[in-house]
Ligand binder design. Structure first.
Ligand SMILES: *[C@@H]1O[C@H](CO)[C@@H](O)[C@H](O)[C@H]1NC(C)=O
Ligand SMILES: *[C@@H]1O[C@H](CO)[C@@H](O)[C@H](O)[C@H]1NC(C)=O
Ligand SMILES: *[C@@H]1O[C@H](CO)[C@@H](O)[C@H](O)[C@H]1NC(C)=O
Ligand SMILES: *[C@@H]1O[C@H](CO)[C@@H](O)[C@H](O)[C@H]1NC(C)=O
Ligand SMILES: *[C@@H]1O[C@H](CO)[C@@H](O)[C@H](O)[C@H]1NC(C)=O
Length: 349
């Protein structure tokens, strides 16, 4: 060992080393990973092709390496990045050194369900984040640990999310499933146990109806670019915290929207753009952003925004898009600003 590298190594390992009664002869040699791993479990051994930053020693970065399989993962790693490789499968023992892994990031690979062997993912008992966006999955992976917080499976070919895969994930807050091939029946029942789920993206799938049993805590719900024609009466009533609801690029018609289905008092933003609506659905007075561009709307009834107008009862809509409809300035009622008092931006063209 060169003496010149000593100060650096001392800084690197002093925190871990102080528990040992060491002398100079026991300093780890970087050329011998086994010795190294005994002495400095978390910082020193890194898969040779990967990068484990000194400042963030429990993370291993193996992005953009054309890897075809999971590299050796040494004990001590908690955050594993394997983005943009050519990984098709995961062997059953791949993570045996790191069953306490917390983040596993596998976006942009070629993973297929049949090549993710055995219980390799279920063995990760402390997993919080699992990202497998942009892969070749046909089903949701699992079962996964109940510690999961963030599950991202967008841009695959998923046609099925079984109920048992999500069972017990009481702390999951974010779930990405956009850009898959899900139909209504392929998720029904699977989602409702996700008690902490705040963010659910089911955009760019093949839903013709909304699924039954949405998780009750949702704050943001995205269903853009599906083929939804109608919404069941009182469908959103169980979602007491819902703030953002996006249903753009669907096939909604007036007949498919029961009178008060979008009159949701918690809602801040509603996107119904690119549908087939002829009238403006009734919304709650608390709504702030309302997107209705590119429909077939040809009238502007104020009663859609304000049932009654009074000192405290008026619409909070600030931003209203109506371009791409059959409406001109002349269609706007003169007394509009009694109701839409804070509307800063109403676009017609
Ligand atoms: C576990 O760690 C040991 C020692 O670093 C290594 O030899 C082995 O290949 C690792 N196993 C896996 C599956 O990564
Ligand atoms: C995904 O899987 C299909 C067959 O199952 C295969 O034809 C295709 O090449 C795979 N795509 C990628 C990106 O691995
Ligand atoms: C869920 O989160 C809470 C609070 O962080 C934690 O106490 C609890 O153990 C977690 N539950 C699971 C199953 O991980
Ligand atoms: C929305 O529903 C509430 C009752 O829940 C009602 O008071 C209000 O007038 C409705 N808003 C509109 C614009 O109809
Ligand atoms: C647009 O509305 C006008 C009346 O406001 C109606 O005469 C016309 O046919 C409508 N055009 C379309 C394409 O619906």
């Amino acid at each position: 060992m060169h003496l010149s590298s000593l100060p650096f190594l001392l800084v690197l390992i002093s925190g871990i080393f102080c528990q040992y009664d060491y002398d100079m002869g026991y300093f780890p040699d970087p050329d011998y990973p086994y010795v190294h791993s005994m002495m400095v479990p978390s910082t020193a051994v890194c898969a040779p092709e990967c990068n484990c930053p000194e400042t963030y020693p429990s993370a291993m970065y193996c992005d953009d390496l054309k890897l075809k399989s999971i590299p050796i993962v040494p004990a001590g790693i908690k955050y594993l990045y394997l983005r943009n490789n050519m990984i098709e499968g995961i062997e059953e023992n791949a993570f045996d050194n790191v069953t306490d892994l917390q983040w596993l990031i596998l976006d942009h690979n070629h993973l297929e369900n049949s090549k993710i062997k055995g219980k390799v993912l279920s063995k990760l008992k402390s997993l919080k984040k699992l990202h497998i966006n942009y892969n070749n999955l046909t089903e949701a992976v699992g079962p996964l640990a109940n510690t999961m917080d963030d599950l991202q499976l967008s841009h695959n070919k998923i046609t099925k999310v079984s109920a048992n895969v999500l069972e017990g994930m009481v702390n999951l807050t974010v779930f990405y499933l956009q850009n898959n091939q899900l139909k209504t029946d392929s998720v029904s029942g699977a989602l409702k146990g996700l008690k902490s789920l705040l963010y659910l993206d089911l955009s760019f799938n093949q839903f013709t109806k909304l699924p039954k049993g949405l998780p009750p805590a949702l704050l943001m719900l995205y269903f853009n670019n599906n083929q939804i024609t109608n919404i069941p009466d009182e469908y959103f009533q169980s979602l007491k915290a819902l703030q953002y609801l996006h249903l753009s690029h669907n096939r909604l018609t007036d007949g498919g929207i029961p009178g008060n289905v979008f009159n949701i008092s918690s809602l801040v933003e509603l996107d119904l753009s690119f549908n087939m609506l002829k009238s403006i659905p009734t919304v709650n007075e608390n709504l702030e952003n309302f997107y209705l561009q590119v429909n077939q709307i040809n009238k502007f009834p104020l009663s859609s925004f304000c049932k009654v107008v009074g000192p405290l009862t008026y619409s909070r809509v600030k931003y209203l898009r109506l371009d791409g409809n059959n409406l001109t300035q002349a269609d706007l009622p003169q007394e509009m600003y009694n109701c839409l008092r804070v509307a800063a931006d109403i676009s017609l063209q």
